[in-house]
Design a protein around this ligand. Structure first.
Ligand code: GLC
Length: 427
């Protein structure tokens, strides 16, 4: 099939998924009509921060006004202080909540949102839209809000002022049960009940501290300068700077460029491990490196300013390494030679009701970041190879939540919103 026909076919499939996952209604909380695409049709029926950004990026390929509406709907939930929650429960119907959502909403002290955030991919989504539809008014409406969110992160989540943001819960990384966070919590085993307990205990403690970032980070029980979050944050500061120039706000552009330069320097100096030739996230005030190789270790590839020699080592020694990340269907969320690597679906847990996620399978959204990065840096052939493998999985298994990195088998939710990101990766 010629590539433009293939793209059109994928766009039609994405449209069907988005239409089926569309939620709308009246919100008493905000006294407004809400309308957004949820990640899937069952259980995942709420609005998630970074899912919405991915959906908008896909939409920018065929319907910019719908893409803009998604961003506007997300920003409706922004707090006055700039914070944007990771989940918005628009209808606030406690009765309909699945088990985990009830916990999330009860924990947050708010019925309509969670009390934690997610990687700030909003500027990236806005730029994708702006490139297709150069609407200055849209930029004027949304940029100050995104800037306010970035400032909230800097003011509340950067106690050591190195321009690297600390997350206070594994879920803030978007990679809920990534093994990095058990290493941080000093548990090196694989018992699934124990793992569930370790991950959720952090959220319970956060509730004790009423989600006050300063107190939590001061206590230091979970203070992670996480690589995916920070690569996204810093690159999105660069994008924000570019977009502010489009509306002639040089002051804001300079501010966000400065933050990005400083933060990138911290990331390249502190997170790089010269022995293993890879990046690791940092944890605690001591800034220890959490030495486990996961997809987050490759995420600095997405940064425009990654030094060439570090990029080369990451690509050649790790991404293309068959015993680590170069599986049949790359890129696994955990390197193959790590003790924790689990390529299959872990299934639900009797007590906690949910699966353990991000323990080895390949996810389309993290691939999207790495592919964007590879193309920025001229590694087009490698990027195309990964896209080719992703297409194979999607054509055979459909748009699943995640896939087995060895067999390509699709797992968990079907017709999953962000797996349509493949649309954005082909011409
Ligand atoms: C899972 C993912 C998270 C995502 C959410 C909704 O919790 O780990 O990143 O935002 O599902 O799709």
């Amino acid at each position: 099939m010629p590539s433009s026909d293939l793209k059109q076919t994928l766009i039609s499939q994405a449209k069907v998924i988005f239409e089926n996952n569309l939620r709308q209604g009246y919100s008493r909380w905000k006294d407004t009509i809400f309308k957004f695409i949820s990640p899937a049709s069952k259980e995942y029926i709420y609005q998630w921060l970074w899912d919405t950004c991915f959906h908008s990026i896909v939409l920018s390929n065929f319907d910019c006004s719908w893409a803009k509406a998604e961003i506007h709907n997300l920003l409706l939930a922004q707090r006055n202080d700039g914070f944007i929650p990771h989940i918005i429960f628009w209808t606030g119907h406690l009765f309909n909540f699945p088990h985990w959502a009830l916990i999330e909403s009860a924990l947050s002290l708010r019925p309509n949102t969670s009390a934690i955030t997610q990687p700030p991919v909003i500027a990236e989504a806005v730029e994708a839209i702006y490139k297709k539809d150069p609407d200055i008014n849209f930029l004027k409406q949304v940029l100050p809000k995104i800037a306010k969110f970035h400032r909230w992160l800097l003011e509340n989540r950067d106690p050591d002022q190195d321009q690297l943001i600390s997350i206070i819960s594994p879920n803030e990384s978007g990679m809920d049960e990534l093994p990095v966070f058990q290493v941080v919590s000093n548990y090196f085993g694989k018992n699934s009940s124990r793992l569930h307990y370790i991950y959720r205990k952090i959220d319970l403690l956060n509730k004790v501290y009423r989600f006050n970032s300063k107190s939590i980070l001061d206590k230091d029980y979970f203070n992670v300068e996480e690589l995916l979050f920070n690569s996204v944050f810093l690159e999105n500061c660069r994008i924000l700077a570019r977009l502010f120039l489009e509306i002639n706000d040089k002051k804001e552009a300079d501010f966000f460029n400065q933050i990005a330069s400083f933060g990138e320097k911290s990331l390249f100096e502190k997170c790089w491990n010269g022995e293993d030739n890879i990046f690791y996230s940092l944890y605690s005030k001591k800034e220890n490196q959490a030495k486990v190789k996961t997809i987050a270790s490759l995420m600095p590839i997405y940064l425009s300013n990654i030094p060439r020699h570090l990029l080369k080592l990451l690509v050649e020694k790790h991404l293309l390494n068959e015993s680590e990340f170069w599986t049949n269907f790359p890129i696994p969320s955990v390197a193959k030679d790590e003790l924790y690597y689990q390529p299959t679906n872990l299934g639900s847990n009797r007590i906690y009701g949910t699966s353990l996620l991000w323990r080895g399978p390949t996810w389309i959204n993290t691939n999207w970041f790495v592919i964007k990065g590879l193309r920025k840096h001229g590694y087009n052939e490698i990027a195309d190879k990964i896209v080719e493998k992703m297409l194979k999985m999607i054509q055979k298994e459909g748009f699943r939540e995640y896939y087995n990195p060895e067999t390509g088998e699709g797992y968990r939710r079907e017709n999953f919103g962000w797996s349509t990101l493949i649309v954005d990766l082909i011409d």
